[in-house]
Design a protein around this ligand. Sequence first.
Ligand code: PEP
Ligand code: MN
Length: 678
Amino acid sequence: MSKESGSSPELKGLRKVIDETDAEIVRLIARRLETVGLIVKEKAGRPHQIRDPERERQVLGRVESLAQSLGVSGPLARKIFSELITHSLAREAAALSGADPAVREVTIAYHGTPYTFNHLAAQKYVSGLGLSGHFAGSGSIHEAIEQLAAGTADLALLPIENTAAGSINEVYDILRERDFHIVGEETFKVDHCLAAAGAVPVGALTGVLSHPLALEQCSTFLDALPRARRIPSVDSAEALKTVAASKDPTQAAIGSAEAAETFGLTILRRGIGNHEEILMRYVALARAPETFDARIACKTSLILSTRHEQGALLRCLQILSEHGLSLTKLESRPRPNRPWEYMFFIDFEGNVADPKVNAALDELRAQSLFLKTLGCYPAKATPVDAAAPVLVTDPVLAAAPAKAIPAPAARKSKHYKLADRATRSEDTIVRVGNLLIGGAGFTVMAGPCSVESAEQINQTAASVRASGAHILRGGVFKPRTSPYAFQGLGYEGLDLLAAAGKAAGMPVITEVMSPDQVRPVAHKADILQIGARNMQNFPLLNEVGKVDRPVLLKRGLSSTIEEWLAAAEYILAQGNGQVILCERGIRTFESATRNTLDLSAVVVLRERTHLPVVVDPSHGTGNRAYVTPMAWAARACGAHGLLIEVHPEPEKALSDGEQSLTPTEFAGLMDGLSRWRA
Ligand code: PEP
Ligand code: MN
């Protein structure tokens, strides 16, 4: 008996409503795509670029607010619409590409079997072109290429790099040796799922099957299951199929969620990869090159061998830069039979239909011993969230950026040089996820002093995000004056913070107190905070200087600006240039406030250093009534952002409740900021 036939009439009625709603959603998507088609026609013959990032941001912002006002998750709406926009852009590009409209179907070769990630990526690529596909799986990359060569496939979609393991050399070798052309690219997010024949506890598993690469990419998760043997199989789909066929509840397989569901397996865990996100990049190869309308943002790929002259590669890169073409990839590979000689694979943003790209290619030919153009193809519109990072969000603030402080005459401190404005006159802009901190931007970080529970951090994240905060803060290792005070939830709290940030679509910042915490915390947090009490903890400064993570360095309780910049210099000198300074008040004779918020430090720092400067009025004043006006004052004097403590119930907070804003007070602070004009 099926589940359906045993259900009550009420349940059946409700399921019918769901089915009708789903059908309506699909019809609305079709209507949206039709409208996109009309826009393409409208734009025909005009020299517009088809991409308009500002408009995309507005659309996403609008659907996110609408979703929130209806009680729907804003990040969910953003994610769905960023996928829709990506798809629409690919359709627009396809419509302008001049492809033969009579061709509605292509045969596309790929390496693998149905429902492997390669197959799913091929499906995504073909649907983006608005075509239907016949998918020809093969046993190896070389077999896929032979299908293309023999004409049994029109295209071959091959993986060329992934964000975890880097480039796939075999494909680079094919591009060098064979005469195929890149006519497109695709990106695909690999979400490794663990699936079994039933809802078994993961601790009971004795074997996990998958492709060796997938097993390796999930090694941290698998290390925590010492009883489970890793069993390699030809590909992930095969692994899932084997587990489904055996029905053995002690076995599981790693593969795509789509494949697991197709084989009737239960997904035990999603996202078990070592890396937060693994993105695969694919290239679509064809036997003949294609040309694309100049309005389509394209990438051009080439192989180049430089002359045996000093600075030869640099000269080639300069040619691209001089023509305003930005490099998106540079890869070196050994030249066959020429020990210790290299050839370079270069991707840059540019369409060969643009005369400036042709001029650059001519100059490059003159500079190189060998140059082969591999293709010019529409740059795959990545989801808007992952596209060019944004500087601030608030239009009023963006329209009234803080005035740039002129560089001082060469001033040399003997304590620091890399941090000195005299060494670098442009503002340093630190990238955090999709955000930029520094320059003309204004970034707000908000959240509780300490992470206390999943509920507390999730609730705070949702509310500060709804008020317009950009980054979620939360301490998990707490530097407390008293050893008897709450010390933080440690790594458990870090997991809660990371999950809350992910759910709200915000990067997270948290404090590290000792060198041994730096690497594990850097794995999960987007910014590492060094607290006031540790500003001169030199081993800690050295350690954060060795990881590729932005660092927010708070001013010491009794430190001069000179000492603070010298502390920043420790981090810079180790090679990490992503330092953000944070004024959080200093010790003075004044006792009406917890500390004295030294806003004059902001103007001094803007002159002496190129590093971004943010202000923490919560610790700076210690009193929630003073936080909002001082936050506005910080903005007025040229700070690049704020760090604000917010707690859903400040009176119950385990630390710093008296200085934490309620979500409503924080909303008022943000509202005031967005109205503020220079
Ligand atoms: C904090 O940000 O919670 C903190 C402990 O700050 P500070 O190091 O400025 O005291
Ligand atoms: Mn605090």
